[in-house]
Design a protein around this ligand. Structure first.
Ligand SMILES: *Cc1c(COP(=O)(O)O)cnc(C)c1O
Length: 457
């Protein structure tokens, strides 16, 4: 192995820089074509040749998700400083599991402090970076499970989930990851009960939730509140939900994967009033903070219970200090990437103002697309645009197959990528804006691509 990292990095900067320059013009959805498998190489080709082979054979089949017109899911982009941060993570290859040998954990901790301030959370909340919102929801619900045990005089992390008996998770519009967490944590997917939402909305009906709680006077309950649903970016009334705990104690987890970014905008901050009252909070960083995958953050007021759940006890790992638990005792991982660094870099490079502008721009882009669609009888916007997602459908009575065909045509055009959904029983399309790169001109191109695909249908 005689590769020389400093010169390889210089070559990589040149080669990847060229490709980065093409991100805005390459097809937005690749055709996913890939080369056939090759046998495990006996002799290596060296780092530079490996990079060149990757760029020649594999990169053309990649999507343009880092470019401006990828509006599927809630994908975000990656700011230049965040990408640099991600490179630095690999160069220094820190293992952020403990604090004895490196200040990396302190960098994560300071980054979490910035994020806490950005999302309007008080110092009562501790936090960690995790791989994304699914992991943040899993960690939050695991702490909730431990709390339910504490309420009943049981230590669930020792006795097991069965000691709680059946647990109910109540939520108005739970994300798929909540069902996944319920499956992993031993509650079971059936424990998730969807509570009625407000008429014509995805936000939970607080009265219906109060009734669901009254119907379960002694049962252990976790409420998953939504700050930003995926179809319409609707928000539960977080303050009202927090108040319900006075008559029926439950664990309140808020899934704010991308909706928590409402806290950055004067015009939308009221949507997350009450967020700080949550027992645990999930936010994604690889979505609207525009850092590379995979990165999210979880917060909780009960780090003591978190450490009880995730303690990784072994002679060589050291003991658990209740006041200052090492990172290894706080999340699913033992060894951990310094995934906070890209977030730290982008916040330092562009500041709160720069990130506020990214969020505001996405909201503006969503408004622009909604206006174009509204003005065109060929399309129907299905819900008011609250933040950064437009939920719409072709006029008439579209069936799911027709929507799928239309979206396939859009993808094949190379101009844009959007994903399907069903909203209020209607097969629909979501356009989710969350990249720092997307301009008003891009919105026009997306609309034109949609129109062309619609006409061809
Ligand atoms: C994206 C999303 C998730 C899952 O996030 P990942 O980062 O993909 O794991 C959970 N909840 C909501 C509301 C989301 O938008």
């Amino acid at each position: 192995m005689d590769d020389h990292l400093p010169s390889l990095l210089a070559d990589a900067a040149r080669l990847l820089g060229e490709r980065a320059a093409g991100l805005d013009t390459r097809p937005v959805a690749g055709d996913a074509a890939h080369p056939p498998p090759v046998p495990l190489p006996r002799e290596g080709v060296g780092g530079l040749a490996a990079l060149e082979t990757f760029l020649r054979d594999w990169e053309p089949g990649f999507s343009g998700s880092a470019g401006p017109r990828y509006l599927g899911f809630v994908t975000g982009g990656a700011t230049p400083a965040a990408v640099l941060g991600d490179w630095a993570v690999s160069v220094f290859d820190q293992n952020v599991m403990s604090t004895g040998d490196s200040c990396a954990a302190e960098l994560e901790s300071q980054t979490i402090g910035w994020l806490r301030e950005m999302f309007g959370l008080s110092h009562r909340h501790h936090g960690m970076t995790v791989t994304g919102a699914t992991a943040a929801n899993l960690v939050g619900l695991a702490i909730g499970r431990e709390w339910l045990g504490e309420q009943r005089g049981t230590i669930v992390s020792d006795a097991g989930a069965a000691a709680l008996g059946p647990v109910t998770i109540l939520s108005g519009s739970p994300h798929a990851s909540v069902y996944k967490a319920a499956s992993i944590l031993g509650f079971g997917r059936d424990s998730v009960r969807q509570v009625a939402t407000r008429p014509g909305r995805e936000a939970v009906d607080v009265g219906a939730l109060a009734t669901a709680l009254r119907e379960r006077p002694d049962e252990p309950v976790i409420v998953v509140a939504n700050a930003g649903t995926v179809n319409t970016v609707d928000f539960d009334d977080l303050a009202a939900l927090a108040e319900l705990r006075e008559s029926h104690p439950f664990w309140l987890h808020v899934d704010g994967a991308f909706g928590a970014y409402a806290a950055l905008l004067d015009s939308r901050r009221h949507l997350v009033d009450g967020l700080d009252a949550a027992d645990s909070v999930c936010v994604d960083l690889h979505k609207w903070l525009n850092v590379p995958y995979d990165c999210g953050a979880q917060f909780t007021r009960r780090r003591d219970l978190q450490a009880r759940v995730f303690a990784s006890l072994g002679a060589y790992l050291g003991v658990l200090d209740d006041d200052h638990p090492e990172p290894v005792h706080l999340t699913v991982e033992n060894s951990r990437r310094l995934r906070a660094l890209p977030a730290w870099m982008t916040l330092l490079a562009y500041g709160l103002d720069g990130h506020r502008k990214i969020v505001q721009d996405s909201v503006d882009r969503a408004g622009e697309l909604a206006r174009l669609l509204d003005a065109d009888p060929a399309w129907r916007v299905l819900a008011p645009v609250i933040m950064n997602v437009v939920c719409f459908t072709p006029a008439g009575e579209p069936d799911p197959a027709a929507v799928a065909r239309l979206l396939e045509r859009v993808g094949a055009s190379g101009e844009a990528f959007l994903t399907p959904t069903v909203y209020a029983g209607v097969p629909a399309i979501r356009a989710a804006f969350s990249s720092w790169k997307t301009t008003a001109d891009d919105v026009g191109r997306v609309k034109a691509a949609l129109d062309a695909a619609h006409r061809a249908s």
